[in-house]
Design a protein around this ligand. Structure first.
Ligand code: SF4
Ligand code: SF4
Length: 379
């Protein structure tokens, strides 16, 4: 499951923050609609860079990102995981290799635009991989890059079983109209590419529900066959994890986020339209239990709770933590929800519960219920 919605669902943990600040301007920017926020932030960043006589560079286009290069379901490749309108597409594996895409005219154009202190796509303004660097370093970035090896995101499908508010399903389906789900042959092609470049980490999700394809178990088998040691991180809405093939697939991963934005049906269905709280919770619990019965420590299971105005009361947060403990999940993570102003949680900014709950991570707070070592928490 992904998170088009935003800064909300899954991607919140993966997105960004160039010099986030706690200033009043920073706080105000956070509560504006996404498009406006990106525009204002772009202006601010360009101004900052100009004042310092510096340029921009991109860690993802240098091949050094932990996750941000995304292979989409139609084999197009986006430079970032929030590419909701396709403006971040830099090529396609249908006709190019990853090395060709990285050395190709679009990627090079992006690098040049950044070095010239401008943005090739609006997403740059909120991207974790954007850097303000001395001009010499920005210029060096034009020729100094490599194919990514730390982590790559793979969207096996853009289809989803839910209709979350803010998740623009229609636009996403149009964007991927050539191929909404990867056939197994394409998954194998991607698996071989991961092997060729010795990629260390696979983020197996993007803008759809990864456990929706009936052959997701075969997809993960083929990835594992070619990449036995790769770290696989996935993110699901959890609703489908009660079919044996889907559970088997989930058990092949190393880390799984299961999104359930509340501790009751009422709270969950306000954002995750079509979700069933009892089913999601039961599936989280059963997944942990299946894993434990195999004597395995993976996948590490994180209950992902996106905080909005309607699910941010201290009693709701405490109830979710209590249920997470009962289900023996390893971690429960609370992430700031995005969307219209009226949907945002104000308590997130001022209430003491969010200041003392757990450890801060990008976009959220995690409560580590099973003493999972810090280095295994973040993908
Ligand atoms: S959105 Fe911009 S900064 Fe982020 S990966 Fe793409 S080009 Fe780089
Ligand atoms: S509708 Fe599906 S893809 Fe969109 S945010 Fe919800 S679970 Fe994720």
């Amino acid at each position: 499951m992904p998170a088009p919605a935003s800064d909300a669902p899954a991607a919140s943990r993966f997105k960004c923050g160039l010099r986030r600040n706690g200033s009043m301007t920073g706080m105000l920017l956070k509560v504006l609609p996404r498009k406006l926020r990106l525009r204002l932030r772009e202006k601010q960043l360009v101004r900052d860079a100009a004042a310092r006589n510096e340029g921009f560079s991109c860690r993802a286009l240098a091949g050094e990102s932990d996750y941000n290069i995304c292979i989409n379901s139609d084999l197009t490749v986006s430079c970032n995981c929030q590419d909701f309108d396709g403006s971040g597409q830099i090529g396609s594996l249908k006709s190019q290799s990853l090395a060709e895409i990285f050395a190709g005219p679009i990627a090079n154009g992006f690098r040049k635009t950044l070095a010239a202190r401008s943005f090739p796509t609006p997403t740059c303004a909120s991207c974790a991989d954007l850097r303000i660097v001395p001009v010499e370093e920005a210029t060096r970035g034009l020729t100094s890059y490599r194919v990514p090896y730390k982590g790559i995101m793979v969207e096996n499908t853009v289809l989803c079983n839910l209709r979350c508010r803010m998740c623009n399903r229609k636009e996403l389906l149009q964007l991927r109209s050539q191929q909404v789900t990867m056939p197994l042959a394409d998954v194998e092609k991607v698996a071989l590419l991961l092997k060729e470049h010795q990629v260390q980490s696979l983020l197996f999700f993007n803008l759809g529900e990864p456990f929706l394809p009936p052959d997701v178990d075969k997809q993960l088998q083929v990835i594992r066959k070619h990449n036995p040691d790769i770290r696989i991180v996935t993110s699901s809405n959890g609703q489908l994890l009660d079919e044996s093939r889907k559970i088997e697939a989930a058990l092949m991963t190393d880390y799984i986020y299961v999104s359930l934005d509340g501790a009751t049906q009422d709270a969950v269905s306000r954002y995750q339209v079509g979700a069933d709280f009892d089913r999601g919770y039961r599936n989280i619990r059963n997944l942990v239990s299946e894993r434990d019965s195999l004597g395995s420590k993976t996948p590490i299971v994180e209950w992902k709770y996106v905080v909005f105005r309607w699910n941010d009361r201290p009693d709701q947060i405490r109830k979710a933590i209590e249920l997470a403990r009962e289900a023996k999940v390893d971690v429960i993570g609370f992430y700031r929800g995005d969307g219209p102003l009226g949907d945002r949680s104000l308590r997130w900014y001022y209430h003491s519960i969010f200041k003392t709950l757990g450890d801060r991570v990008p976009g959220g707070i995690v409560v580590n219920l099973n003493n999972i070592p810090q280095h295994l928490l973040a993908p």
